[in-house]
Design a protein around this ligand. Structure first.
Ligand code: ATP
Length: 298
């Protein structure tokens, strides 16, 4: 068993944060933990890795109790950058982990090349940018080739190139047999990584496979948006218009029907973009927000 969390309960003073969480993972997966600020994602990961005591329940990681420190040969946890030491270099951090975990120092170059931080690994961490710290945290958490990798907001501060690199590394690790649990607010990135999402709501987890919720959303620019709005309304087509761009879901409107209506009414399409919106759509359903003023239902 890779993860066995049973009836995990945690409260801060009188505030219950985790109200009986159960997680069972038997084979490698990538799981995204999603929920609004303050939902309890960090608390859950801290309890799982025994950084925080909990009030009830039990946690086993890689077949051992989470109180057994030897799990960290096989489990890594990427926390936020407050765990880093400003006076030490990136290399010092990695050397320390190699020393504690009896990993050959030759792995440092391998992992810093993979993450893309070899150029500044000898600089002091206090001179690192947010993204550079994030690179170091990633290097520190993958140098032991973990069986289970927990990541709390790993995309924090990463530029687009680094975010793509991080995604590729996570997908490679998963291919190599690592189970990954990551929390993120970046729903686009989550859609590219996995369709297994655990939504945190009211101290509980809603576990969903987003295959059923994944859909393309189309964004269409036309030469005459006002006329398009009118003819779509007449045809009973359900779309929204945001700042002159018409958008609709693949599962609600057949693209060919839409194109036929535009053609029949002499409206020219100037561009069409598609976006996969599984996680975002489900998130909106679960944590419904008021529609913004500029969103007009057609
Ligand atoms: N040390 C603490 N003492 C008291 N309350 C805490 C403590 N740490 C967290 N909390 C509370 O527990 C709840 C969950 O916090 P947590 O940091 O786990 O949420 P999160 O889902 O990780 O949020 P975010 O997305 O903002 O990182 C919040 O209401 C928070 O105020």
């Amino acid at each position: 068993m890779i993860v066995q969390v049973s009836n995990l309960k945690k409260h801060y003073k009188k505030q219950p944060v985790l109200k009986g969480i159960d997680i069972t993972i038997e084979s490698p997966q990538i799981i995204a933990l999603v929920g609004p600020n303050g939902a309890g994602k960090t608390t859950l990961m801290n309890c799982m890795t025994n950084l925080l005591p909990f009030n009830e329940g039990s946690v086993e990681l890689v077949g051992k109790k989470n109180t057994d420190a030897s799990i960290f040969y096989e489990v890594s946890y990427l926390q936020d950058n407050r765990i880093l030491y400003g006076d030490l270099t990136g290399y010092d951090h990695l050397k320390f982990i190699c020393h504690v975990q009896k990993i050959p120092l030759s792995h440092i170059k391998e992992v810093t090349d993979r993450v893309g931080m070899t150029g500044y690994m000898k600089k002091r961490v206090r001179n690192y940018s947010l993204g550079m710290k994030q690179h170091l945290l990633l290097a520190m958490s993958i140098i032991n080739k973990p069986k289970l990798l927990l990541l709390d907001e790993p995309l924090n501060g990463l530029d687009p190139t680094s975010a793509i690199n991080m995604r590729n590394i996570l997908l490679e690790l998963y291919e190599e047999g690592t189970t990954i649990i990551l929390s993120s607010h970046n729903l686009d990135e989550i859609d590219r990584l996995t369709n297994i999402i655990y939504f945190m709501k009211d101290g509980a987890l809603l576990k969903e496979s987003l295959q059923d919720f994944s859909s393309n959303q189309y964004f269409v620019n036309v030469d005459d948006p006002l006329k398009a709005t009118t003819v779509l309304k007449q045809a009973g087509i359900s779309c929204t218009m945001i700042e002159g761009v018409i958008s609709f879901l693949e599962i609600e409107v057949i693209l060919q029907n839409f194109l036929d209506i535009m053609k029949a009414n002499g409206i020219t399409i100037t561009s069409i973009e598609t976006k996969k919106i599984g996680a975002e759509r489900r998130y909106q359903e679960l944590f419904a927000k008021e529609k913004t003023d500029e969103t007009v239902a057609i």
